[in-house]
Design a protein around this ligand. Structure first.
Ligand code: SF4
Length: 252
């Protein structure tokens, strides 16, 4: 059985044809929407910031912004494209500056007992280990005050989801299954999303019953993917961010 990831499952749900292009035909497209590029540079910067703090070197706000600018320049490529009319590269660059400034100001001195950043995990969905997923946790924290483990995720989207939506979000809930395996099932786990464009934190939790249900649903989804033969297109607004739009039969 191939190993899945949350983004692989999400791609199939969004559009089976996109899934086929990406994971079965393995078509490599260099073009990258600027939103994804901005997200990756912000993630790189926040990862660096917490790595520095771990080494007892608290970077100043200026040093952090310089790191963001340097990473932007280093990673930027002509393949990065703008999806929204009326916006320029500089607008996205400046959005990233604001995200970092706000986050830095709100969370300084970053002493929340971060255990790891960019932590690779493997999630086992069944006892025989047949159905597995892999993932990367942006940041894992042990909150000493509450005796809770926190799974942190950074979001650069420009829409703020409802609490109800996050209470049903799959990605971090799946990640918590792996963390419970690693740290013991009695540990209380908080799921925390940082919506950087709004300088807001959304928090949720899952019961063991909810996680068991999620495992079953995810296995069913994997079975559905494995048995798919048609891979139909699913045209939507999200096609604007699809790297395969140029070769997609729905658009030709
Ligand atoms: S352009 Fe739209 S319909 Fe075509 S593969 Fe991408 S998401 Fe699917």
């Amino acid at each position: 059985m191939p190993i899945y990831s949350h983004s692989k499952l999400e791609t199939f749900e969004q559009c089976p044809q996109k899934y086929k292009f990406k994971y079965i035909d393995k078509i490599k497209i260099k073009e990258k929407p600027i939103e994804a590029f901005l997200g990756s540079v912000v993630h790189i910067t926040l990862d660096w910031l917490y790595q520095q703090v771990k080494q007892k070197k608290l970077p100043s706000i200026d040093e952090t912004i310089i790191y963001y600018i340097t990473s932007w320049e280093k990673e930027y490529a002509p393949e990065v494209y703008i999806t929204k009319q009326g916006l320029k590269t500089a607008d996205y660059f400046n959005m990233g500056i604001t995200f970092i400034l706000d986050y830095y100001t709100k969370h300084r001195p970053f002493e929340d007992n971060t255990l790891e950043t960019e932590k690779k995990i493997e999630i086992s969905l069944d006892k025989t280990n047949e159905y597995k997923l892999v993932g990367i946790i942006d940041r894992l924290v042990y909150n000493k005050e509450n005796d809770e483990i926190e799974i942190h995720d950074y979001k650069t989207a420009n829409t703020l989801p409802t609490k109800d939506k996050m209470d049903n979000d799959r990605q971090l809930a799946l990640y918590s299954i792996a963390i419970k395996e690693e740290f013991g099932s009695n540990n209380k786990i908080k799921l925390i999303w940082h919506y950087l464009a709004f300088n807001k934190k959304l928090v949720s939790e899952r019961t063991d019953e909810q996680l068991e249900k999620l495992k079953k649903e995810t296995i069913e989804l994997i079975k559905r993917i494995e048995s798919e033969t048609e891979f139909p297109t699913n045209k939507s607004i999200l096609c604007n961010w699809c790297p395969f739009k140029k070769i997609c039969p729905a658009w030709n």
